[in-house]
Design a binder for this molecule. Structure first.
Ligand code: CA
Ligand code: CA
Ligand code: CA
Ligand code: CA
Length: 126
């Protein structure tokens, strides 16, 4: 009695099939994310890091984009010089008594929650 030694279909199983789904496209951005500083066109749109609109944002003040030495949003102002990176406060800071809405959130000086007198507990990483 003859035994079928092999399948006609060359032995490729379903589990090894790569044809069904394209590889996922990783995100680039938002600004501050490592993907905006890795020199890689992560999302494969032809625009790398600062060239990519997903990364072209500067601020807010605590974002990495405000301390990277780059004019991320290409408005001619870098980091602390960029109004997007300006902080108002904390309490006692000159920005809380200059009559200006420094951070552009619509609240000036004492009206800005960032200027509220609070006890700040700072953690030290050592
Ligand atoms: Ca890109
Ligand atoms: Ca910057
Ligand atoms: Ca800028
Ligand atoms: Ca102010």
């Amino acid at each position: 009695m003859p035994m079928p030694s092999k399948n006609d279909l060359d032995g490729v199983s379903d589990a090894a099939d790569f044809d069904c789904a394209p590889p996922p496209v990783p995100p680039e951005g938002p600004q501050g994310d490592d993907s905006c500083y890795d020199g890689i066109d992560n999302n494969l749109n032809g625009l790398t890091d600062g060239e990519d609109p997903n990364c072209a944002r500067e601020g807010p003040f605590d974002n990495r984009s405000c301390s990277d030495g780059l004019d991320n949003d290409n408005d001619g102002f870098i980091d602390g010089s960029d109004s997007n990176c300006v902080r108002e406060g904390p309490f006692g800071d000159p920005t809380c008594s200059d009559g200006l809405d420094n951070d552009g959130d619509g609240r000036t000086d004492g009206r800005d929650g960032d200027c509220a007198e609070v006890v700040v507990i700072e953690e030290s990483d050592g």
